[in-house]
Ligand binder design. Sequence first.
Ligand code: SF4
Length: 363
Amino acid sequence: MREFKPLEIIVERGSEESPAFKNLWRAFPEVPFVLVEPERVAGFLFSSFDDPLGEGKKRLVLMRHKGEFLKKCPGSDGQVCCNYFVINFASNCPMECSYCYLQDYLASNPALKLFSNVGDLIDEAQALLSRHRKSFFRIGTGEITDSLALDPYVGTSADLIPFFAEQPNALLELKTKSDRVEGLLALDPKGRVVVSWSMNPPGVIEQEEHLTASFEERLAAARRCQETGYKLGFHFDPIVEYPGWEEDYRTMVETIFAVIDHRRVAWVSMGVLRNTPALKRIMRQRFPSSRLICGEQILCPDGKMRYFQPLRVSMYRKMLGWIRAASPTVFVYLCMESKDVWNQVFGFFPSCEKELGRQMVLE
Ligand code: SF4
């Protein structure tokens, strides 16, 4: 995948003492660093360019995060939720997927931000996990950023992994479309860290997931992580329907499970392409040649557009058949789907979100 190099790095005064600053300083000796007072940082967050999100991705803003780091995943109205928590150590992502929901979600706040107060993040996680020792938490960092794309330059995983490795009641998921795992390989996750990849067939990656690692690069990185002792996850999301999709997705699943030890895979998720009317408008402007703009989709009660339900069910059943043929026991779940769809695909639906979260951890 292509090396990331920002045009400049904006540093909020106070963040220049952080380990993240020191790592960035070492990683980008040729990039200008601009130190700004806290009250002036807001001027760098709301860009007035024609393509604010695209421009936002070219600069890095290193600043303190003032709110809470840990949040319950918002899920989607009326869909089965998997009881997941998210930690936002950054906002926005240096890669460019045509369908990325951040294009709409971060439209008014598009800067690529990194939060310098990782110590506060760890204190907050420690307080939550100690307060609820009888509960088990799945916590991920890839909700509004990619978990690993910036890791070689910032080194956040070197703080997070040793902390989560010692937690008896949590699993940390690092979710990525990159292959930047070099910072993970010398660390011992002690069975508490899942590194997961969003996967699509090579043709979809090439056409829609710009600046990401190729299919082969992701798979090679997954294998290195597995050999080092990490659990793995795979997210087949978004699954895209087009003429010949079956052959491409079946080959993708077979290739992954031919290389990976399926007994060390913590979970696999499936989700078809989703977007919103607003996101589609942005995609038309930013990625006019994307083939995801055309095609029929239905507006669902949660405000998201998806393929017609019978088509979704048929796609999930085919995917599940290929996954089961390669790995009869791996835990598979649906992302942002209704109980009705769960029932038609699996013959059951989780009675509550805690049940689903518990099943994943026990598998
Ligand atoms: S890798 Fe994820 S966060 Fe980054 S652009 Fe693609 S979909 Fe968005």
